[in-house]
Design a protein around this ligand. Structure first.
Ligand SMILES: [Zn+2]
Length: 394
């Protein structure tokens, strides 16, 4: 271990931008190895150093010049330079893990190209979860994972088509993550270099990033600025475009396939409930609806259309003054739902549902109202409010 430290710090000294004198003086003290900040500082430095890409020698060919050694040959004393090749793989597991978990997706992809050992490490779910959750965790729900499993089932068979898809994916990765700062030297000839495990988180992440995997989600305010969809949320298949950092949505309506592009992240959510868009949602909150509650209700234009989810609030009955001391609304069977994005008097402003006997209700003129869900999370309510139209609708 001491040898590693000496080797490692000598190696770092080759970069002239960093002084490690204080560290070198301390390496004689074994207690240093147990200090958490020591590993943190070491890893942070190596990662930032690697990512700067300023190294003008091959990382894996780096030669470490050991202290000059004197050798006697008779009366002469020669100064001989001892050279020893060091590798990133010589690092202890803990140090290597510290470095890898600080790499960006691009860094992990680059490092995975170096050799078979680093390829296996860099494709570990452990490192990719750290990138998957912050960026995609909010959007990739149960429905998306089921779709991904179906996608895997169709690609696990070693067909030519599947191989072509994987090659296309790797071409994309190489295009967006150029490997300019690192030169692979250690290559295992017996293993296909490009074989990416299809059931890994890395595969899912890269498939999402490349737009190769289109996932089911819901789009707020479909057909952006179309008043007919204001404060609603409809199911769609979303494909990510990394160039614009937006999504392309495709959905079917009345048998026609429609698309909408340039959809931003804040207009997308994972489906809130596990109910397909053509199925009536079973409402389980009817007995818990009180004036002021925020809810979503299914609605569709006619029975040929899919349901969308529409935001509304529970209102007071006409027989109630709205004074909470005398409000009897929670004890009545009829529940008033108010769509306050529409002007008072609009036929879209209010509807009623039965608390005890709720089912799909409506007609061809006013559309059909379906299942209802109460919003308990402030985040969900805030999202709807952030989408509020600039002007009240007729
Ligand atoms: Zn009331």
């Amino acid at each position: 271990m001491l040898f590693f430290l000496i080797s490692c710090f000598s190696f770092l000294l080759l970069s002239k931008s960093f002084s490690l004198k204080p560290f070198l003086l301390m390496t004689n003290d074994w207690r240093l190895l147990s200090l958490p900040w020591f590993w943190e500082e070491l890893c942070s430095f190596i990662v930032s150093w690697l990512q700067k890409g300023t190294l003008d020698i091959s990382f894996y060919q780096a030669s470490q010049i050991m202290p000059l050694k004197k050798i006697n040959h008779g009366a002469k004393v020669e100064r001989v330079e001892e050279e020893r090749v060091i590798s990133l793989l010589d690092l202890p597991d803990l140090a290597l893990e510290c470095i890898l978990e600080r790499l960006s997706p691009a860094g992990l992809c680059s490092m995975a190209e170096v050799c078979a050992s680093l390829r296996e490490r860099c494709r570990s779910d452990h490192f990719w979860e750290k990138h998957m959750k912050p960026k995609w965790g909010r959007l990739i729900g149960d429905a998306a994972y089921r779709e991904w499993e179906c996608h895997l089932a169709s690609t696990k068979r070693p067909t030519l088509l599947a191989q072509n898809k994987q090659n296309a994916l790797l071409s994309f990765v190489q295009r967006i993550f150029p490997l300019s700062w690192i030169r692979p030297k250690l290559e295992c000839k017996n293993e296909p270099r490009n074989s990416l495990p299809v059931d890994s988180i890395m595969a899912l992440f890269l498939s999402l990033e490349s737009g190769k995997f289109c996932f089911p989600a819901q789009v707020y305010n479909r057909e952006n600025r179309n008043v007919g969809f204001m404060l609603s949320c409809y199911d769609a298949k979303l494909c990510y475009d990394s160039q614009t950092d937006t999504f392309l949505a495709s959905y079917s309506t009345c048998g026609r396939r429609m698309t909408e592009d340039n959809i931003r992240w804040d207009r997308i959510r994972a489906p809130a409930v596990d109910t397909p868009s053509n199925v009536l949602h079973i409402s389980d909150c009817l007995s818990d609806l009180n004036p002021g509650d925020h809810v979503e209700i299914q609605w569709r234009r006619n029975k040929e259309f899919p349901y969308g989810w529409w935001y509304c609030v529970v209102g007071h009955l006409e027989s109630c003054s709205g004074n909470e001391n005398y409000c009897h609304c929670p004890y009545r069977d009829t529940v008033i739902l108010e769509f306050k994005q529409y002007t008072p008097g609009s036929r879209w402003r209010r509807t009623t549902i039965s608390r005890k006997d709720h089912r799909e209700e409506g007609d061809e003129a006013g559309g059909f109202y379906g299942g209802i869900r109460k919003l308990y999370l402030q985040d969900e309510i805030s999202t709807w409010k952030s989408l509020w139209p600039a002007q009240i609708l007729e």
